[in-house]
Design a protein around this ligand. Sequence first.
Ligand SMILES: NC(=O)c1ccc[n+]([C@@H]2O[C@H](COP(=O)([O-])OP(=O)(O)OC[C@H]3O[C@@H](n4cnc5c(N)ncnc54)[C@H](O)[C@@H]3O)[C@@H](O)[C@H]2O)c1
Ligand SMILES: N[C@H](CO)Cc1c[nH]c[nH+]1
Ligand SMILES: [Zn+2]
Length: 432
Amino acid sequence: MSTIEYLKEAEDVSIGIEQDVTDAVHDILSEVNERGDDALHEYTERFDDVELEEFRVSETEIENATDELTDSEKETIDKTIENVRAFHTEQREHISGFEKEFEEGVRLGQRVVPVESVGTYVPGGRHPLVAAPAMSIVPATVAGVDRIVTCAPPQADGGIQPAQLYAMDRSGADEIYSIGGAQAIAAMAYGTESVPSVAKVTGPGNVFVTEAKRQVFGHVGIDFLAGPSEVLILTDETADVDLVATDLLAQAEHDPNSRPILVSTDRDIAEATIETFDEQATQLRTEDVARECWENNGEVLVAETMSDAVDVANEYAIEHLQVMIDEPRSIVDDLHNYGSLFLGDYSPVVFGDKAVGTNHSLPTLEVARYSSGITVNTYLKVLTHQEATEEGAARIAPWAAKICELEGTHAHQLSAEARLRDDISPKYGPGE
Ligand SMILES: NC(=O)c1ccc[n+]([C@@H]2O[C@H](COP(=O)([O-])OP(=O)(O)OC[C@H]3O[C@@H](n4cnc5c(N)ncnc54)[C@H](O)[C@@H]3O)[C@@H](O)[C@H]2O)c1
Ligand SMILES: N[C@H](CO)Cc1c[nH]c[nH+]1
Ligand SMILES: [Zn+2]
């Protein structure tokens, strides 16, 4: 049993999505499915406050966005895309097919092939996230996906924010649409007059986007649920309180529904962080959202021992797990539920969010208990195959037939028995 004490506890500890969001999203999905572009126009006016003639972004708009950026801005974005490509290319090299003779005359194997078409959502409501296109689109290009469709919400002028649009194009999107929220997920899942349907929808977003992905799952594939950002920082008595507070704020500013959590083995550090968080928040241009988030969802826990703290981290199965203790590597083997792990004072979440090359599209809502974040695997299928020679088949047929007999699957039994050969097949049948 872990011994922990809450200095600050979120009032509503439910990690689920509220029923009113579920209902609203259900309506949006049904309307887009039934009425296509007409519904997209209505929702874009209602939620994004713009009227659009075309959802598809033209080559000219992409060129204009590119012209609006300075060389240095473009180089910065290119560098992030390059880093994400390098990391995911390495990842691809560690996923392989194989074929092997498991029994004489029976070869079994697997091939790794890309999903044919994907739709990637790029968040852009509060902040048009500029590194986000690389995170969803680049791994799809590395996997070899044939058709990559991508959507981001329109800004006040009706277009996608220039730096974000540039990043979507440079990351390798084939088709870019200016559509946000649940309606974008619906369009990519069901297809409309303007937007093609795809086999799998991926990418993070707010609660509406996340719930929409949950509801379209089955009709199309999804990556996993990647909702409002979360961080759990684990500290001991050596932590630098200023850094801890800064890094909590960095996720709190994302969304009022974000979850910034501190678990410390040292009470003084925990109390000082609460004070410092408050002081630093006043300096932020994003203070309102960060405070609302901290007020509703911020948590501070004191754990008696490091082992208790590790148990708490595993129970939370948080999106970003930041370890700011004397020897961060000493507990790595004990940590097994997280989206991505950040070790030491010099590896803040923002590096993974924006720059180093690991993926920032990560599971939230305790989904890290069963899923990892976006990897090249997200866009691949592992397809198995088998080939037996006549002799190999004759060796397998008896026991396949026997299993069928036990089940009563008669046609299966006959299919197996059609491959028996008196000279090879071992004896089988009742009593043998
Ligand atoms: N888990 C991850 O990997 C990850 C990564 C990046 C970002 N994020 C999260 O993405 C989110 C981005 O959220 P955002 O809101 O800024 O952008 P967003 O693009 O996810 O959502 C904006 C859209 O939400 C829709 N919307 C807004 N209010 C609505 C309402 N009342 N009803 C129905 N639809 C509505 C609008 O259509 C709008 O276009 C944040 O929560 C952030 O934490 C998560
Ligand atoms: N922290 C987010 C993942 O939850 C990713 C991100 C992108 N830009 C800023 N943050
Ligand atoms: Zn972030």
